[in-house]
Design a protein. Structure first.
Length: 130
């Protein structure tokens, strides 16, 4: 007489969410550069220099430079929030926050352009989970 053990379905292992460390670091540095770029725009010399590089900045002339500063701070904080979402394991959501915020930051210089590039790279790495 043979006895068979009841067959139980094999449970698939549950993995913790991937934490895109490289995407987090790239986005964190991008947020820092975007925030610094916004703070430096309050300097009239830098504002004049930067408007020579980015010809669309003088279109904001009717507004005081502190409006660009506030916009830059908001975008920098959004990039920080996106990088925090990445390190918490929500890489895709963090990338969706980081990517557009870094693209929009190009309006006032994109974090000395390096912040824009790092935000794009961080968004892509966050989406890939790396």
């Amino acid at each position: 007489m043979r006895f068979y053990a009841p067959s139980l379905p094999l449970a698939s292992p549950i993995y913790p969410p991937s934490r895109p460390i490289r995407g987090f670091l790239a986005s964190l540095v991008a947020g820092i550069l975007i925030t610094l770029n916004a703070a430096v725009l309050l300097s009239s010399g830098f504002y004049t220099f930067w408007s020579g590089i980015f010809p669309w900045i003088p279109f904001f002339e009717p507004f005081p430079p502190w409006i660009l500063f506030i916009l830059g701070i908001i975008l920098g904080v959004l990039v920080f929030i996106g990088s925090a979402l990445m390190i918490l394991g929500h890489g895709s959501i963090g990338a969706v926050v980081v990517f557009p915020a870094s693209v929009i930051s190009l309006i006032f210089g994109g974090g000395f352009i390096a912040g824009f590039v790092l935000g794009i790279i961080g968004g892509i790495l966050g989406m890939l989970g790396r």
